[in-house]
Design a protein around this ligand. Structure first.
Ligand code: G6P
Length: 612
């Protein structure tokens, strides 16, 4: 989704800004632009399409200057175009603004500034900010003008701005859309960015801007203020990711690299967290809230997309092994229904890879408002959700760059297994069951490796079915959510229309679709519902739909029932989603390639969805 980079120092700003934008490319965008400033003018270039287009324009018409701001846009108001791309200028071209988020009252503000005689060029909500600043700045400093404008804005924003009146400054403001400030190693250059990834080539030292804070970056440093204009103190923190982690490292695609990292991801998620003698999970991030967790009567899990599906698998684990009733909600629904929560005996688990998804963050804030304990299952350290939850467990998957989640999903499900042990052992789970789960978690990385070795076979399978118009995924119990996840992966990166169903639901509608042109991917590993899924697969076969099955290693008996097979090692039923999802990820990846699409950057999608 939209990305921001700003630079002040002595280097050519355009080079630093374009490199920063490239590092944000993975988040998904449709246009890009940058602007630099000196005391006479703002130089601006912005184009629809890829950063490579922007870079070629800058190569032909170099942009000078050592202070500048840049942006990748993911269209919300107005289609992707050169004009709608950021930065946006005021009428006189003396102020430039880049913006992440959505200004909800922009229509009203737009009418107001048009009435005052301003000429707007774009259809965006952002441009109104440049004109509002122009209105205010007549008899004020930029900083004063900014404070007066911020109180007029409703909605969410991460903003970076430059102005010819104060050409050696960058102004930034945050409400709801993340911004970090970077301090150059020698403290002679400074950065602002929506994601630390944008500036990792230059510095490790960052400060997170909080909501309703304003920052002023100049040659002498960074100052931050609250909306009531008081100075705020910020802690300098270290970026936890490395340049190497942000690169493809020999793989053709980030998604392929991330799928191959999954054995290590599980190892990292469980590292130092298992007591194999007592069958306990040791989760330091929950130590302050242990008493509240012991008294819990019910849990709610919220998230979006794959994060919500990981939570669904977690809910089956927690109910079966920890005896806790769990309610799973899409974050976008949770925040607008009227959830009934008991602050004394309930808690909410908020699942998010990025820690910045707008709906998930909204759901977290709604839950906090209601006074319930909030627990994060988050990947990005330092993200808004990680910082705003009362307690939490990091999944330690490392940066996930491909838009479609793979390793973060697997890490989230692994953390739910740890949470199940943690909460289960407080409420009746025996030591031996705890030990069994711990032992099985320990060997999962090797089992994932065995699945990854079938890559070539899965690539051939993907080619065989790649041109089917539709595909259905089915599974039951723990693997119903895996079926949904398999279908989600397939549609999001290959654009092959795919739907996931709980296998028992086939008869209640979807079966009408079955015919020889509709491949059905069935999750039928040996578990407590195996016989039930087998019956469902018989029903599919009777309608002559091809069956591609994910089955337990050595289960030759299934061969006669299916057209094609992908094997996975045996494991505990509750952990089977961690293995079963991997062939489905591979199938989606190679289907996308066979259909000629880039799996890393699917059309219309963004890695981190920071608008509602
Ligand atoms: C986007 C991504 C998905 C992800 C979802 C939730 O849609 O493409 O892969 O599952 O957002 O993101 P989060 O960062 O909150 O896990």
């Amino acid at each position: 989704m939209c990305g921001i980079v700003g630079y002040i120092g002595s280097r050519h700003a355009s080079g630093v800004l374009i490199e920063g934008l490239r590092r944000l490319e993975y988040r998904g965008y449709d246009s890009a632009g940058l602007a630099t400033v000196d005391s006479k003018e703002i130089q601006l270039v912005k184009v629809a399409g890829k950063i490579a287009n922007l870079s070629s324009v800058v190569q032909v018409n170099p942009i000078s200057g050592t202070v500048g701001i840049a942006h990748t846009r993911w269209a919300t108001h107005g289609p992707p175009s050169d004009i709608n791309a950021h930065p946006h200028l005021d009428c006189q071209g003396t102020i430039a603004v880049v913006h992440n988020g959505i200004i909800e009252n922009f229509d009203k503000l737009r009418r107001k500034i048009i009435e005052s005689g301003h000429q707007l060029r774009s259809e965006t909500d952002t441009e109104v900010i440049a004109h509002l600043l122009e209105e205010q700045i007549q008899n004020k400093t930029f900083e004063e003008a900014l404070f007066s404008v911020l109180v007029q804005l409703e909605g969410t924003f991460g903003l970076a701005m430059i102005c010819t009146n104060e050409p050696r400054k960058i102004f930034a403001a945050r409400r709801g859309s993340p911004l970090v400030l970077g301090l150059g190693k020698n403290r002679d250059e400074f950065f602002v960015a929506s994601d630390p990834a944008a500036i990792i080539s230059y510095t490790q030292d960052i400060m997170y801007l909080d909501d309703n804070e304003v920052a002023v970056l100049s040659d002498s440093g960074v100052e931050t203020f609250s909306l009531d204009r008081n100075r705020t103190d910020k802690k300098i923190e270290s970026i936890e990711i490395t340049v190497g982690e942000m690169e493809r490292g020999g793989y053709s695609h980030f998604m392929l690299k991330e799928m191959h990292e999954q054995p290590e991801v599980v190892t990292n998620a469980i590292r130092g967290r298992l007591d194999f003698t007592e069958g306990l999970a040791v989760l330091g991030g929950l130590s302050d809230v242990v008493d509240q967790l012991r008294d819990l009567k019910r849990l709610t899990i919220v998230g979006c997309g794959s994060a919500c599906l990981a939570g669904t698998i977690g809910s089956y684990m927690l109910e079966e092994y920890a005896g806790l009733p769990v309610n799973v909600q899409l974050a976008s629904e949770f925040r607008y229904r009227k959830p009934i929560l008991d602050p004394k005996r309930e808690a909410i688990i908020v699942v998010s890879q990025s820690g910045e998804t707008a709906d998930t963050l909204g759901a977290l804030r709604e839950a906090k408002q209601k006074g319930v304990l909030t627990i994060g299952v988050v990947n990005a350290v330092g993200s808004s959700i990680a910082r705003e939850t009362d307690a939490g467990v990091f999944v330690h998957a490392g940066p996930e760059i491909a838009v479609a989640s793979t390793k973060a999903f697997v890490a989230q499900v692994t953390v739910f297994a740890l949470l199940t042990m943690f909460l289960g052992r407080m409420r009746g789970m025996s030591r031996s069951v705890g030990v069994k789960i711990a032992e099985e978690l320990r060997v999962l990385p090797h089992k994932i490796d065995r699945i990854l070795r079938q890559e070539e076979w899965i690539r051939l399978l993907a080619r065989k079915y790649a041109h089917s118009p539709n595909m259905v995924f089915i599974g039951r119990k723990y693997n119903a959510a895996v079926a949904f996840e398999g279908a989600l992966k397939m549609k999001e990166i290959s654009y092959l229309h795919a739907e996931g169903f709980a296998a028992g639901e086939l008869k209640h509608g979807p079966m009408a679709l079955l015919d020889p042109s509709l491949p059905v991917v069935a999750l039928m590993t040996r578990d407590s519902v195996f016989e039930k899924v087998r019956s469902n697969v018989e029903e599919v076969r009777a309608r002559r739909a091809p069956v591609i099955a994910v089955v337990s290693e050595g289960d030759e008996e299934i061969l006669s029932l299916t057209d094609d097979i992908m094997f996975v090692p045996r494991t505990l039923e509750m952990l089977s989603p961690i293995l079963n999802v991997i062939p489905l990820q591979m199938l989606a990846f190679y289907t996308a390639l066979a259909r000629g699409h880039d799996p890393d950057q699917p059309r219309n999608l963004a890695k981190s969805v920071t608008v509602e």
